[in-house]
Design a binder for this molecule. Sequence first.
Ligand code: DC
Length: 224
Amino acid sequence: MKKKPVIAIDGYSSTGKSSISKEIAKELELIHIDTGALYRGITFFALENCLNDQQEIDIKSLFSKLNEINLEFVPNNNVLELFLNGKNINQEIRDPRVSNNVSIIAKQPEVRDFLLDFQRNLAAKGGVIMDGRDIGTVILPNADFKFFVTASPEERAKRRFLELQHLGIEASYEEVYQNLVSRDKIDSERDVAPLKQADDAILIDNTNLNKQETIELILSYLAQ
Ligand code: DC
């Protein structure tokens, strides 16, 4: 039997990477791994266990407790849900408190090292579509296909704003826009594994494409 492919999807936040990857996984019978969830899981752990007196994350305390963290993806109805030390944290990792702190956690080399083999092992058997920021550049440099998804900051902020409204979470467009620009900056300028397009990745700009059109475009490359 032909080995199923390993696909890396990197790109900016609010480009729809994760939901697009989920649909492609369904279509091609692959496992979808959302690596942002792992950084969010560690951020959630830090918020629960590593706060200083000012109620901010004490990064040194997190480093000393990394060995207490056991993350697992557990299948539920064809999707993987994230468990931290045996507890399902799939909802908790979407909390705005986690979103507001995750970039700082994700830029720590100790954290990225901690997650490196975990991510590689998940892809070792093939048949995986993994989305993140450094999948094509660092985690899976030999992936069979690599895509880098982008869209204008204004369009991405609009999508995120509508998504938050839909979830009943209050925030102004301006706030959403600023948060997105600041996250882009931290993700792109960090020293370790910055967000950047791999030399051999296919660029997908979906500023003027909807989700379905983006999926079809990516599937057209995968069929070649
Ligand atoms: O995709 P997301 O918004 O759930 O990602 C959360 C954060 O984690 C975001 O700040 C980027 C970071 N991240 C990363 O640095 N590397 C990855 N492979 C995935 C996410």
